[in-house]
Write a new protein. Structure first.
Length: 208
């Protein structure tokens, strides 16, 4: 039981960390990468691609060209682009927003709810709720939040992450974003296997 809970904490922390890596880079990000790499060996190699090896400016330029624009995004960070033939704010976006609302979560950034950072953070939230339920010995809620994790990965994040990661690999100018998306892809693939062992619930349907 303790080993399982420790692994669940590790999953939650990894999702939180990855979410933070997909915001505009700054000195705080450098500190987070450095500190997290000390505790999670899987992400240790990211240290090779942050200051002082490269500058914050070079990371910001690459981030902007990949994910912000203004002259077209080289690697759009929105699920609907990949799930709905390059369409932004489609049915899948509405579905994600509804899932957040079902959990009484407020969207606090001015962006589409299916942004990669937000979907990663939502997985962190679902795992955190599982941990809370475990500490409260609430078996019903443990199962509910395990099911929600599996469903969200299968219906949303894991469906579009590989293609997103491929676009970043093809277009990124810095090693940081190339490696970050590679690690994110590998992590999600592994977590899919973890979630598959939790229950046999079918993914949430896309709401029209």
């Amino acid at each position: 039981m303790e080993d399982n809970l420790a692994h669940t904490y590790k999953r939650a922390n990894s999702y939180k960390f990855l979410s933070q890596c997909y915001y505009l880079p700054n000195e705080e990000l450098v500190e987070k990468v450095t500190n997290f790499a000390l505790t999670e060996q899987f992400f240790a190699e990211l240290q090779k691609y942050i200051p002082p090896v490269v500058t914050i400016d070079s990371l910001e330029i690459d981030f902007t060209k990949l994910f912000v624009g203004p002259f077209g995004l080289l690697a759009p960070p929105y699920g609907s682009v990949y799930l709905e033939s390059k369409r932004i704010m489609g049915d899948s976006t509405i579905d994600v927003r509804k899932l957040y609302e079902d959990e009484d979560l407020e969207i606090i950034i001015k962006d589409a709810p299916d942004h990669i950072a937000m979907e990663l953070e939502f997985m962190y939230y679902l795992i955190a709720k599982e941990i809370q339920s475990t500490n409260e010995k609430n078996l019903r809620d443990i199962q509910i939040y395990q099911q929600k994790q599996k469903a969200f990965l299968n219906s949303h994040l894991a469906r579009w992450l590989p293609e997103f990661a491929k676009k970043v690999q093809e277009n990124a100018q810095t090693g940081f974003y190339k490696r970050l998306t590679r690690l994110t892809d590998v992590f999600i693939r592994r977590d899919l296997k973890t979630c598959a062992s939790l229950n046999n619930q079918q993914p949430y349907p896309i709401r029209g």
